[in-house]
Design a protein around this ligand. Structure first.
Ligand code: GDP
Ligand code: MG
Length: 375
């Protein structure tokens, strides 16, 4: 199994200042350049020979099957790591902190005559801020328009109320075609896997970090959960995997691709993600900050690109208090320096990353601020 490579290696550089014009100061403006990277990595996961050979570059037809695959689960179960692994390229940042993912990220797997668009979502959780509510809204949207659901649980932690909520919603979506608030209660008598044709695959992740008996227990819990929602005789498809080691991923990819309906290519072959370039650079910086800081700080941090004059990219780091600013900068600027170096290593050679920190109290509570940050 090949390690996911950094998608950033393929950031288009030809746009130069033009790319900057769209990107500067407005990460989700219409003029943004989509991140377009080589699809070569996808073939490593496919196993099949002629990946994408039937796809003309830039055309939207030419594959036999395609569809959207939502990846849902409570925070920290490894959804983003899994999507990176499935796509074969880093398209979504990951960290040990909950709520790392702040918007839905689409990662595209080009697999022979099929195209699977994986939708990485923020973890479904009980929201305490406007940002938290927004994250849950992203999940509901992702469950609204899809063909397959991967419901992810963590092999190292027992199936709890958070997992149950996620499974119930995913299963409800699989039956009714919508992620209704009523969850399991709304199921009615609708036939499973009918018109909507949605399949739910239950993924037990992190098997590399769990004991075999733990994995077994988790598989049983998940199965019981599905049966209690869909009925005792319902077929349950369980996939024990490790997003980190790659174990079990081939089987999951095969099962997912198998369930895609006939359809066109939604993305051109060279595109593996729908994340705008400026947003991606800001995310790489935030990812490093998440690894460098602790306690409540990760939640308080937001990043956005405010200037883009290739090779100079200026990223603003937003925190909520002056004390947090001091932590992010570090003694003698050391933390900021390390963060900049680690982020830059994932960008094309020659990139000048300028980081500066600003305090914006309560940005997490203000919908306008959240919007501006692109979450
Ligand atoms: P998300 O919040 O569900 O998107 O979770 P992330 O993908 O950000 O991962 C959360 C944490 O779990 C990170 O520290 C990952 O490195 C770790 N993780 C994810 N998948 C695995 C796995 O298969 N095995 C192990 N040991 N850790 C994993
Ligand atoms: Mg995530």
């Amino acid at each position: 199994m090949v390690e996911p490579t950094s998608g950033a290696q393929g950031l288009p550089r030809t746009g130069g200042p033009d790319a900057g014009a769209g990107a500067a100061g407005d990460v989700d403006g219409g003029g943004d350049v989509d991140r377009v990277v080589g699809a070569g990595a996808a073939s490593d996961l496919d196993g099949g020979g002629d990946v994408g050979s039937s796809l003309g570059v830039g055309t939207r037809a030419g594959v036999a099957r395609s569809g959207f695959v939502s990846v849902v689960g409570r925070p920290n179960v490894g959804k983003s790591t899994l999507v990176n692994r499935l796509v074969g390229t880093k398209v979504s940042i990951t960290s040990p902190r909950p709520n790392t993912t702040r918007r839905s990220v689409r990662g595209v797997l080009h697999a022979g005559d099929a195209q699977a668009v994986f939708v990485d979502t923020p973890g479904l959780h009980r929201p305490r801020t406007a940002l938290g509510q927004r994250l849950n809204d992203h999940v509901a949207e992702a469950l609204d328009d899809l063909d397959v659901v991967l419901a992810v649980v963590d092999a190292t932690a027992s199936v709890g109320p958070g997992d149950r909520m996620v499974l119930a919603r995913a299963l409800a979506a699989s039956v009714s075609g919508t992620a209704g608030e009523g969850g399991a209660d709304d199921l009615g008598g609708a036939p499973v896997g009918s018109s909507a044709g949605r399949s739910v695959l239950v993924v037990v992740n992190k098997i590399d970090a769990a004991r075999p008996e733990q994995v077994l227990e988790r598989l049983e819990e998940a199965e019981a959960e599905v049966r209690s929602t869909l009925g005792p005789d319902h077929e349950v498809e369980l996939f024990p995997v490790s997003a980190v080691s790659g174990a079990g991923i081939d089987a999951l990819v095969a099962a997912t691709v198998d369930r895609l309906p006939p359809g066109p290519a939604y993305f051109p072959e060279e595109m593996v993600s729908d994340v705008p370039e400026a947003f991606w650079v800001a995310e790489l910086v935030r990812e490093q900050l998440l690894h460098a800081t602790h306690q409540e700080l990760p939640h308080a941090i937001a990043c956005r690109v405010v200037e883009w004059e290739w090779p100079r990219i200026r990223v603003e780091i937003v925190v909520e208090r002056a004390s947090q600013k001091a932590i992010v900068i570090g003694r003698g600027g050391l933390v900021l320096k390390q963060v900049g170096t680690a982020a830059r290593q994932q960008l094309p050679a020659g990139t000048h990353l300028e980081l500066h920190v600003v305090v914006d109290k309560h940005w997490q509570q203000r919908p306008d601020a959240i919007e501006r940050l692109g979450y």
